[in-house]
Design a protein around this ligand. Structure first.
Ligand code: NAD
Length: 502
């Protein structure tokens, strides 16, 4: 059996299971709670409130009052920046406990949580980065189009109350990517954490409170999509919905935004390709691509490059290396420093991944390795062995559906044109990597591929660059200027110098 996580829970001791509404830490009015079961061991970790419509209403009204009457939207840019930087400092100081709480939430191993996008530094940097935008939210001055002697200019103002909803896979990072630009712009927020990753977000909210944000600027409601998320997206006092999650729920969010005429940003799923040519460092391409579907979150990552489009001449080396990387994955208790990868988040996702693996075999793909639930000591957790398919054609379910598990599909191609056609033959468009030593080809393909981010011989997420999807991978961008501007409205101001416009 995987060693119990309970001693770690008791050692951290920061789980209070209350939500933040209008500056107070409260239970749900009807006292309903959700029991969080750990995905690696099946143990009960702790409980947190399920916010009903009445709780969500209180949270939205608190955010509304804080926006309409409170100091935050009217606070000088430099002051807002200072508060955001203080949040960043507190996140760095409390990085260890945040990552431990995240491991209790979703079982992301500490060995992975402390590096790259899930690290406390990355999360803190997101607040620091957006702090820098507060005094750069500039409008324009424009020449008058019609006659008259007047000054015409645009101002950027905060969009208002933001309803932010995040998934479970990288809760701290994804919360930061919404909260930091919203606060920087002067908005107030009701954040709904995922029911599968709540405790780390609640701790982050405590740190944000400690940094001195006025009451009501951040409210956190906990609970599942129904009733909590549903009440938030349909609340008439919310001005903007900012969502990260699956395409199916994203579509519901967009409907709610359409009904309420709300602004909306969506960060959804992907079925991203890695295009591997024989002139590339094929071993590196295989290691990175298989790494995106196995290491850390076991492929439960929006930017996992789950379709490896590999030229016939590079197949042998690619498959051998990918298989070797898969065999290096170590599952278990996320607090064990030797563990590299996480279980699937819940039993529903376990069934779905195993079902898609079976479908791949039925449709004629060759299963090279994995394909089964982990047994023995790992049997109580939702672990699936790292899975590699070859001989996949792009019309198979494993090449079309976002599996969100440790499954890589190798799809052969023979020339550049075919590679681009297969890469773009998807409903998604989040990320891609082109692996080649031919710079001209790299740039030709980068332009031809319909995806929000394209890597050339490597891939990573940068917090200060626009991140988002083409097509059904989303709407809008997080990171950089695009993110902060999406939390603003543009107001045009006319200032006549003469009586001509009166
Ligand atoms: P999900 O869509 O099931 O849930 C996301 C959030 O929506 C959760 O907080 C959930 O409670 C809430 N929700 C569910 N039903 C709702 C409803 N009816 N109304 C309002 N809210 C509702 O996604 P998940 O399983 O938590 O996360 C996995 C998905 O997230 C994948 O598709 C992945 O690609 C995507 N994702 C995208 C990005 C990105 O930046 N593009 C990043 C991480 C994850």
């Amino acid at each position: 059996m995987v060693a119990s996580i309970k001693p770690h829970r008791d050692e951290i001791g920061l789980i209070d299971g209350l939500m933040l509404i209008g500056g107070e830490w409260v239970a749900a009015r009807d006292e309903k709670t959700w029991s969080h079961m750990h995905p690696a061991t099946g143990e009960h970790v702790a409980s947190f409130p399920v916010a009903g419509p009445e709780d969500v209403d209180r949270a939205v009204r608190a955010a509304r009052t804080a926006f309409d009457e409170g100091p935050w939207p009217r606070t000088r840019a430099g002051e807002r920046a200072r508060t955001l930087r203080k949040i960043a400092d507190l996140v760095r100081q409390h990085g260890d406990e945040l990552l431990k709480l995240q491991a209790l939430d979703n079982s992301v191993p500490l060995s992975f949580g402390s590096i790259y996008v899930t690290s406390a530094d990355f999360i803190a940097d997101a607040f620091d980065h957006h702090a820098g935008w507060t005094d750069k939210l500039a409008g324009e001055t424009l020449p008058p189009y019609q006659g008259g002697d007047h000054l015409m200019m645009t101002l950027r103002e905060p969009v208002g109350v933001v309803g932010a909803i995040i998934p479970w896979n990288a809760p701290l990072m994804l919360a930061a990517q919404k909260l930091a630009p919203a606060f920087a712009a002067g908005c107030t927020v009701v954040l709904k954490a995922s029911e599968y990753a709540t405790f780390a977000v609640l701790r982050l909210a405590r740190l944000i409170e400690e940094a001195g944000l006025p009451p009501g600027v951040l409210n956190v409601v906990t609970g599942p999509g129904e009733p909590t998320g549903d009440a938030l997206i349909n609340h008439p006092m919310v001005d903007k919905l900012s969502f990260t999650g699956s395409r199916a729920v994203g579509s519901l969010i967009m409907h709610a935004a359409a009904t309420g005429c709300k602004r909306v940003s969506l960060e959804l799923g992907g079925k991203s390709p890695a295009l591997v040519f024989p002139d590339a460092e094929v071993g590196a391409a295989a290691a990175v691509t298989m790494g995106t579907v196995t290491l850390g979150l076991s492929g439960q990552v929006c930017v996992a490059q789950t379709r490896a489009l590999v030229h016939a001449d590079a197949q042998e080396e690619f498959v051998a290396t990918a298989q070797m990387i898969g065999s290096m994955v170590a599952y278990g208790n996320p607090f064990d420093p030797d563990v590299t990868s996480s279980p699937l988040i819940n039993a529903k996702q376990l069934d779905r991944v195993l079902g898609l693996i079976a479908r791949g075999q039925e449709e004629g793909a060759t299963l090279v390795s994995g394909g089964v639930r982990a047994a023995g000591d790992l049997a109580d957790g939702n672990f699936v062995m790292p899975t590699l398919f070859t001989g996949v054609s792009n019309d198979m379910a494993i090449a079309r559906e976002e599996i969100f598990g440790p499954v890589l599909s190798v799809i052969p191609f023979t020339d550049e044109e075919e590679a681009v056609r297969i890469a773009n033959d998807t409903e998604y468009g989040l990320s891609a990597t082109v692996w080649t030593s031919d710079l001209k080809r790299a740039m030709r393909l980068t332009k031809a591929i319909r995806a929000g981010t394209v890597g050339i011989n490597g891939y990573q997420v940068e917090p200060h660059a626009a991140f988002g999807g083409f097509r059904q991978s989303g709407l809008g961008r997080e990171g950089g200027r695009e993110a902060i501007e999406s939390y603003t409205e543009v107001k045009t101001v006319l200032l006549p110098f003469t009586d001509e416009m009166m």
